[in-house]
Design a protein around this ligand. Structure first.
Ligand SMILES: *[C@@H]1O[C@H](CO)[C@@H](O)[C@H](O)[C@H]1NC(C)=O
Length: 114
């Protein structure tokens, strides 16, 4: 059984190295461009686990996202006509607090729950 798991891992690693390079020491760069789209957080795209690019434009260097790698709130951010210095429940129908992942929510419209 252990042998089988080992084999499976080797196979998965091989598969990944064929696609690009796992760069665990790097830092996620947000936003990053991948296949002509911009991403502001770790993505689960063609992968089992969320990952990010360590270059502003994806060039084969990537890493799996650990807890500290996910995009963080950006303060202050601009939403409608207001500047926010902390998470807000404004505009959220269930009153859950959220924040913007860029300085300009009006333009970029990327966010997460706090
Ligand atoms: C992309 O990131 C990797 C890892 O940090 C680095 O070695 C490489 O030089 C970077 N590429 C560019 C164009 O900066």
């Amino acid at each position: 059984m252990a042998q089988l798991v080992g084999l499976l891992w080797a196979w998965i690693c091989l598969l990944h190295s064929a696609v690009g390079m796992n760069y665990e020491d790097g830092e996620c760069v947000f936003p990053f461009q991948y296949e002509n789209k911009m991403f502001y957080d770790c993505i689960k795209f063609k992968a089992k686990h969320k990952w990010c690019s360590v270059n502003a434009t994806y060039e084969g260097y990537w890493k799996y996202c650990a807890r500290d790698d996910f995009a963080k709130c950006v303060f202050p951010f601009w939403y409608r006509r207001m500047i926010y210095w902390e998470c807000t429940d404004d505009g959220h129908k269930f009153g859950k607090k959220w924040c913007s992942l860029t300085k300009n929510y009006n333009k970029d419209q990327v966010w997460k729950f706090c």
